[in-house]
Design a binder for this molecule. Structure first.
Ligand SMILES: CCCCC/C=C\C/C=C\C/C=C\C/C=C\CCCC(=O)SCCNC(=O)CCNC(=O)[C@H](O)C(C)(C)COP(=O)(O)OP(=O)(O)OC[C@H]1O[C@@H](n2cnc3c(N)ncnc32)[C@H](O)[C@@H]1OP(=O)(O)O
Length: 184
């Protein structure tokens, strides 16, 4: 396989500026889908992440680890933490106003995260080249400048809305995304 496993952009890849139509600085981002495990308000056991963008290019959210998120007794499950990172990474690339999906996600677990911990999550884009977006995120304990407990780096790949229509549920997309043309 010749596919590169890199999650950081090739040298010289530009960091994209804020896009026309991106939410203004300070905006709450809302959920992209009400039944999303990461951000959906109608998901009964989801993470219910609510994010803001301070600057139209990065995303911030908090996630308090609950009893439902345990792996070892009273410690966060690594897969749940990866899901939280995936969600904020996805939200951050969506600021560039195109649909993307996660192609590769790397997670570094730096500190154990006890139940009851509030993680301050932040995600940002390090560069976009063609369909490939290189993203990074971190989760800090207790405060935006607290110790880093989790780091993530990811490659997201741009897709068309047809991706979600063909592989998922077109009716659910049109119900919640009237702003999108599935077949532009
Ligand atoms: C109501 C419904 C709403 C629907 C959503 C609507 C809009 C979105 C709106 C808002 C979103 C906001 C927030 C979202 C927040 C969180 C969501 C979390 C995101 C996820 O959780 S999403 C689920 C998990 N995700 C998948 O379900 C993907 C499954 N997968 C595929 O669908 C294909 O695999 C795909 C499309 C990735 C590529 O397929 P493809 O055929 O289009 O393109 P191809 O293979 O040519 O790749 C092109 C270039 O990427 C390189 N590349 C590809 N994969 C790579 C890998 N793994 N490692 C290294 N490089 C890779 C190639 O090497 C090539 O590179 P090069 O161009 O240099 O050759």
């Amino acid at each position: 396989m010749t596919r590169s496993s890199r999650t950081s952009p090739p040298p010289g890849t530009p960091v994209p500026p804020a896009q026309l139509g991106a939410p203004p600085p300070g905006s709450a981002l809302g959920s992209h889908y009400s039944r999303c495990f990461g951000c959906g308000s109608d998901h009964p056991t989801g993470l219910h992440l609510a994010a803001v963008t301070p600057d139209s290019t990065t995303v911030e959210a908090t996630f308090t680890v609950g009893e439902a998120h345990q792996g070892a007794p009273m410690l966060a499950h690594g897969g749940v933490l990866a899901a939280a990172m995936d969600e904020v990474l996805g939200m951050s690339v969506y600021l560039f106003r195109k649909p993307y999906v996660t192609a590769r996600l790397e997670t570094d677990y730096v500190l154990p995260v006890p139940v009851g911990t509030t993680l301050h999550l932040r995600a940002w884009c390090n560069g976009i080249t063609g369909r490939k977006a290189y993203l990074e995120a971190e989760g800090r304990v207790g405060a935006p400048d607290g110790p880093v407990a989790v780091r993530a780096a990811a490659l997201f790949v741009e897709v068309s809305m047809r991706h979600f229509a063909e592989h998922g549920d077109l009716a659910a997309i049109t119900a919640e995304h009237q702003d999108y043309e599935v077949n532009p």
